[in-house]
Design a protein around this ligand. Structure first.
Ligand SMILES: [Zn+2]
Length: 192
């Protein structure tokens, strides 16, 4: 009985990890982050940030492609090895495919969206225009909003998701937090 449960859990955790590999690893390489302020500091709203939001969005959806790996191993295991291990892999990867698929259809927002990138670009345009908040606008994305650090005005209330910078809250804690939230902002935790 216990080995069935542990095999199932092992398969489920394996599938969960594999499907999160893209957004957990690729953007966090050191050379990919030299142009950004370190986590969790406010991040300037510039072209690099907008590109990063679009990259995070791509890595998020790439999780669906990575779901093929546990689906394959799960099928293999169901057929030739441990049924509970395979079932664990299948249930988590199928769940991911179903939830992301329905979220896509119902237009429920992912942690990173194209609209978010457009919104940031609009803020940049506004800062470059005559309607800017002050003479030397310098918009940065803080945890809960985009603000100008020159004049202090709030340009847009917008919770900041994880942006793929190497996290300062410890490798393990940061990893667990990302695995549980999928990069969505949790204000209370970030402010702790
Ligand atoms: Zn300003």
């Amino acid at each position: 009985m216990w080995d069935i449960i542990s095999n199932f859990l092992f398969g489920a955790i394996f599938a969960h990890l594999i499907t999160r590999i893209p957004f957990l690893t690729f953007p966090r390489l050191k050379t990919w982050n030299e142009q950004f302020t370190p986590h969790p500091e406010a991040i300037p709203v510039d072209g690099h940030l907008i590109q990063r939001v679009l990259h995070m969005r791509m890595f998020y959806w790439l999780g669906l492609v990575f779901a093929i790996i546990p689906l394959f191993f799960g099928w293999f295991s169901l057929r030739y090895g441990s049924a509970s291990l395979g079932f664990g892999m299948w249930s988590v990867s199928c769940w991911l495919v179903i939830t992301r698929g329905t979220a896509f259809i119902s237009k429920e927002s992912a942690p990173w969206t194209k609209d978010m990138a457009i919104e940031l670009q609009l803020i940049r345009n506004q800062c470059d225009s005559e309607q800017s908040c002050c003479n030397i606008p310098h918009p940065v994305w803080q945890i809960t909003a985009v603000r100008c650090i020159n004049c202090g005005s709030t340009l847009k209330s917008m919770l900041r998701p994880d942006l793929g910078r190497p996290r300062q809250d410890g490798k393990i804690r940061g990893l667990v937090r990302l695995l549980m939230t999928d990069g969505r902002p949790i204000v209370a935790t970030e402010e702790d």
